[in-house]
Design a protein around this ligand. Structure first.
Ligand code: THU
Length: 129
């Protein structure tokens, strides 16, 4: 998938979002180093806590299919602000790809690219254990 195709797919994933509580749709496409891609959307729950973000949906799909080597992720939101990953997703992704390229889209189709290391300086990893 080209980057443009990843962006289009992340936006298309907004329609798969299950967000009856926040009404905040998020879509994602995660690309592995071999070019394989996995999609995700946020999935909410009446108990709120079990809610899973779009980024982690995509990552969990990838890992469970045997892919752990992530290269980049596109995250799409609908608001004017760029949809940056939440703190929990930053740490979750850091486990597998501290140098991940993160491409965030807003509702106008504009994008910003930032590295996961910039988003999560001094992230926790196995070297601390
Ligand atoms: N959400 C994501 O899916 N990804 C983010 O990076 C930020 C937040 C979801 C979780 C919840 O369903 C909704 O957006 C509002 O927080």
């Amino acid at each position: 998938m080209t980057l443009d195709e990843m962006k289009t797919t992340a936006v298309a994933m907004l329609d798969r979002s299950y967000c009856p509580y926040s009404h905040f749709q998020v879509g994602a496409v995660l690309e592995c180093s071999d070019g394989t891609t996995f999609t995700g959307c946020n999935i909410e729950n009446a108990a709120y806590g079990p809610t899973i973000c779009a980024e982690r949906t995509a990552a969990v799909k990838a890992i469970s299919e045997g892919h752990k080597d992530f290269r980049r992720i596109v995250i799409a939101g609908k608001s004017e602000d760029f949809c940056f990953p939440c703190g929990l997703c930053r740490q979750f992704l850091y486990e597998f790809a501290p140098d991940l390229e993160v491409i965030c889209l807003n509702g106008k189709g504009e994008s910003i690219t930032i590295s996961l290391r910039e988003l999560l300086p001094h992230g926790f990893d196995q070297s601390f254990l």
